[in-house]
Ligand binder design. Sequence first.
Ligand SMILES: Nc1ncnc2c1ncn2[C@@H]1O[C@H](COP(=O)(O)OP(=O)(O)O)[C@@H](O)[C@H]1O
Ligand SMILES: [Mg+2]
Length: 433
Amino acid sequence: MEEIRALQQALGVSPENVHIRMLLAGKLMEREMFQQAEAQYRTGLKISPDERELLIGLSRCYAAQGKHSATLEATAYLLEVGPCGEGMILRARAMAALGRIDDARDVYLDAVAYDSTLVDEQLADLLGGVRQAGTPENTDDPEAIDAFERPSIDFAAVGGMDEVKEAINMRIVHPLRNRELFEAYGKRMGGGVLLYGPPGCGKTLLARATAGEIRSRFYSVGLHDILDMWIGNSEKHLHGVFEQARRCAPCVLFFDEVDALAASRADLRHSGGRNVINQFLSEMDGLSSNEGVLVLAATNTPWYIDSAFRRPGRFDRMIFVPPPDKPARIEIWRLHLENKPTGKIDLDKLAGQTKGFSGADIRAAVDLAVEDALARAMKTGRRELLETRSLAAAAGRIVPSTTEWFATARNYVTYANEGGAYDDIANYLRGGR
Ligand SMILES: Nc1ncnc2c1ncn2[C@@H]1O[C@H](COP(=O)(O)OP(=O)(O)O)[C@@H](O)[C@H]1O
Ligand SMILES: [Mg+2]
């Protein structure tokens, strides 16, 4: 009790000190004072919303109190911050307690695949004989399976991008929900969609959200890794990746910065580059129509993409992801201010002031404003809310990052728009949207 009182006193002096708060909450947990611990974790998270240790603590605390739905919420947030074995186990237990046995089994299997020391006989029995099946089907490359994650964010976490969302819906979300209808029309499920546009506008985010939307696995393939680490072996590895995706279907296979492939081809010294591209293309061709593997790729430099990628059956949809328009910016501001201490915010005004900003720029402005508010709070000893004014001021200090991209893109539009490859960018530049 001494200790607890000392920590409480320390917190009285510096309420913003998350570490002291975490220590206090830990002590309260040891004494099974769960309600008090919960309050401490929650206060800590208001100050530092992405603090992993706090999220783990809160998840444990909810679990200890048998608050299963709350455990699900806390672990969802925790797993969004990063993989966490204990978080997955807590989540699986809560799901099992709520009768969601199938979901619980999935999460448990993910946990064990992530960290084999987490095997939990009791839980495994409860979930019905998954003890050994836990480790996914053996493949040549046991490491690869670890990279399949299950994102917990869905389309709602992505502001704007309606056209892209709809294209993806037609490729995988609707076909999964209306299998028979799509089969009756002989519509393809899965396939390839290439997203391109200026950096920071949500391509990577949307790819992860797609997997969350269909509650499927998500495999993000680092092409740089494939090319660098498996020289001579890249083709085999790439083949393994596609094989694995097939086994996990429906799922999303994501090639971020896919231009790395093309760049390696241009650099002839990198022998084998051509082979990797050919392998990649033949894997794409080899995916038959209803296997349910959605191959998403993204690039900030579409001009490096080989036209062979665009053939039917490969990336037959290339979608331009422009900077967010005003309604999208409103949404992005709102998303990034969620769960932050704010006063009344004039989103319309902020969106109006941030034309040309990418989603990442808006997020950076929020981060700046948060830092300022914290600095002020340290001085005044009071909680300082984020206000429209401080957010607008922070945005004023950010140089929108899409301008430079468009300067380059304009050259390609003007001098290299053969076959109308850059028509979408041209339209956008003309303000035709
Ligand atoms: N449309 C959006 N909605 C919400 N947040 C966004 C959006 N676009 C970008 N962001 C923020 O910016 C970060 C970087 O975006 P990212 O998806 O990596 O961009 P890209 O892949 O197009 O370069 C995201 O993690 C997110 O925080
Ligand atoms: Mg990206």
